[in-house]
Design a protein around this ligand. Sequence first.
Ligand code: FAD
Length: 489
Amino acid sequence: MAFFSVFSTCNRTVRKGSAMSGNESKYDVVVIGAGPGGYPAAIRAAQMGAKVAVVEKEKVGGTCLNQGCIPTKSLLASTEVVTLARESDKFGVKIEGVEPDWTAIMERKQKITDTLVKGVTHLLKANGVDLISGTGRVTLERNVAVKSADGERVLETDKIIIATGSDPAELPTFDFSQPTVMTSTDALELDHIPESLIIVGSGVIGSEFAGIFKPLGTEIVMLELMDRMLPTEDSRVAKQMRSTFRKEGIDIRLETTVSEVLEYGDDHIKVELSSGDTLEAEKLLVSIGRRLNSSGLGLEEVGVELDRRGTIVVNDRMETNVDGVYAIGDVVGGILLAHTATAEGLVAAANATGGSSVIDYKVVPACIFTSPEVGSVGLNTDKAAEQGIEINVSRFSFGALGKAMAMGEDRGFVQLVIDPETDKLLGAQIMGPHASDLIHEAAVAIKLGATAEDIATTIHAHPSLPEAIMEAAEAAHGRAIHVAPRKKR
Ligand code: FAD
């Protein structure tokens, strides 16, 4: 069943005040964790008429609002202004004396985060959800115990949704109590722009931080254990991103990691690399993935199944193996993104309030907010090769697009992955201006089973960036207008 079932099957109403239990002090649903998985789940369950509490040990909004999506994008927005102002000559505009003001940049970031946290707190209240501060744990009676500075209380409940998310993964090579060693969370609290930075890991988060600090003047060396950066992306995207980063002066060393820390100073760190080289920098950022928050929740005690990595095992209804206990978001592994956490939260909320809904991961856009941005959805060329799926691949370069040129953003391309038999769109990878917005045209097309022909014959406004998607679709049939045909020999 498609994901829209969340909305189409949600019209069952649970009477407020715990119709299920007949006990006014008992909750129908308690959600542990108020990140982008937990708070929408709580609101949706309340919309269905359930009596709901959400337990949060830090700030509502979770990693996404406080240490992830929003603060990084706020910083990136400031960085982009710096870059644009410095390159203003290209547009025939003279701006002199461009200097980033880190304190003001950080204040702006904090203000945006605080506003959103306040907004979510208000939404929870407006929907009648009780927000309870403290650390939640599932008890043997399958209720939720909440520990806070005031002591411990138990919330009786029928259903529990675990939405405890993840924290930055650490590496034993490094002593994280040292001021020079940072997780992504620490990097968002820096009180100045570092002069030099070693980034361990060239995945999405490492690449976004490189994109934040390089334009602000930080010298960056990125280390990657694998033989390519952005290991989960399409290889063409990864290759072009590497070449873009290198042109910008970011030193990327593949198949290389830190073998040993030689010195922890107050204002520098010196490391030895697996290649034998030594490196010194003011700070070192470890961005190698996330550690899932499934321990200390009493899950093993009530028999909830976890896998070897501590991932909570769920089915497509977001149910664990224990009746009435659901889990969503980063803590169930898979695609660690805010919008997947939300989608899973809405599915769990529907099922916990008597509806029937399943999650569908066929169309999940994933974006990298670098310059240029990357957006991808569905099948890519590497996965197709791995799985032996025959595909047609068609591309169009932003360098040939009027709007992109006018914007001074002509790097990158649109790549469409098409089923050669049915002409249906199976996937898309976009690297270029506003790729994180553009990718949604491809996402909707895949969701609706659209063909390359459908996209090509949909009139797109001119001049606009989505024309690149239309041109790539035309190219799939060998008839792109703005690509010169290859000469026949
Ligand atoms: P979280 O957001 O981690 O929320 C879990 C919440 O549970 C937290 O508030 C935590 O305090 C609370 N909690 C944990 N244990 C307990 C307990 N026992 N009791 C009470 N409360 C508890 N994703 C995107 O889609 N787009 C992006 O641009 C993006 N950028 C990112 C940038 C960075 C630097 C990082 C680190 C992540 C980024 N992500 C992005 C990923 C995204 O933030 C996560 O996928 C998302 O926040 C997961 O949501 P969640 O609700 O599962 O968990």
